[in-house]
Design a protein around this ligand. Sequence first.
Ligand code: FRU
Length: 311
Amino acid sequence: MKHIICVGACYLDTILTVPKFPTEDSKLRATKLTRRLGGNCPNTLSVLEQFIDESIELHFLAVLPSEHSGATKFIRDSYSKVQIDPSCIYRVAYDESPSSYIFQNGETNSRTIVNYNELPEMTKEEFVHQAHLLSVSKEAVEGWYHFEGRIPDIILHGIKYLRASLPGFKISVEAEKPGREGLQELASAADAVFFSRSWAEGHNYSSAKECLTAQATLTLPDALLCCTWGSAGAVALQKSGDGTEVWQSVNAWTMKTREVRDTIGAGDTFIAGMLFALSHHGENWSLKQKLEFANELAGRKVIQEGFADLA
Ligand code: FRU
C-alpha cells in the first residue's frame, strides 16, 4: 500500500464573485457567495481523492481547531477518502478554522485572497510525532510526502527526519509565496518541486523555462521540477544523476466553448495531477504524459466552480 501524505494549512474559503475589483472605500454587490474547504493541500487532496484506487491511501497532516468544533466537522465532512486521523493535530483552545476571504473578479479572472490564521503552527517535534504515528498505526512507510512550503525550518527538519527514518517516501514541496524566506532551501532538498509563477516572478525569473533553467543547478541531481505559468501553460524538467535532462512544456489547456469561471486552486489541482501521475503511473508514464495530465486537470478545474467531478 502506498500513502500520499499532504502537509499544510487548512482554510475555510468564503468566495465572493464580483463584476470588477472593488474600489477602496466603496460598496459593491457580489453576484455570488460560495463557502468551501480551502488551503493548498486540502484542495490538492479534494482532487486526488477522485482518482485513487485501493492501492493508495490519502492522509492530511495539519494543525486543526478543536476536534469537536464545527470547523473540524466541516473539514471531516468535506472528504470521502482523505483520512485526517491520526495525522492531524487538534488545538483544543481554538474553535475557528483559518479563513480566507476571496474576491473572484469576473472581469479579469483574478482571485485576490485575504486570509487570517491564528492557529499556532506545527512544531518540529509535532511533525516527527505525527509521521511516526502514521508509520506505526497505518503502516505508512512508502509513497509521497507533499509539503506546502510554509515554515521552512520546520519542513526542513521534517525532510531530514523522513530521509533518515522513512526512506520509502519521496518528498515534494511547493514554492508558492514569493515573500516567504527559505523556500529555496526546501526546493534544494526535495525530489519534486512545484514552483508557482508568483514565486518565480518574485525571484526575477521572467518565464517558467528561465525559472527551471536556474533551479536545475540548485536542486537534487535527480529532481523533478515543475513551474506553472497560468495562461502561458507549464514547463517540467526531469533531471537524472548522470546529468541528462528531459524537458517538456505545454500550453495552458483550454476549451474554446467554455469560459474561465474559478481559478482558485488551479495550482493545487496541477499538483494533484502530478502527484497522482507519479504515484500511480510512475515510470509507466513519460514526463510528457504526466505534464499533460496535470495541465489538463488544472485547465478543466478553472472552467468549473470548485473541485468536484474532475475524474
Ligand atoms: C488557493 C488557496 C485557498 C486558500 C488560500 C490559502 O490556492 O489554497 O483555497 O484560502 O489559497 O493561502
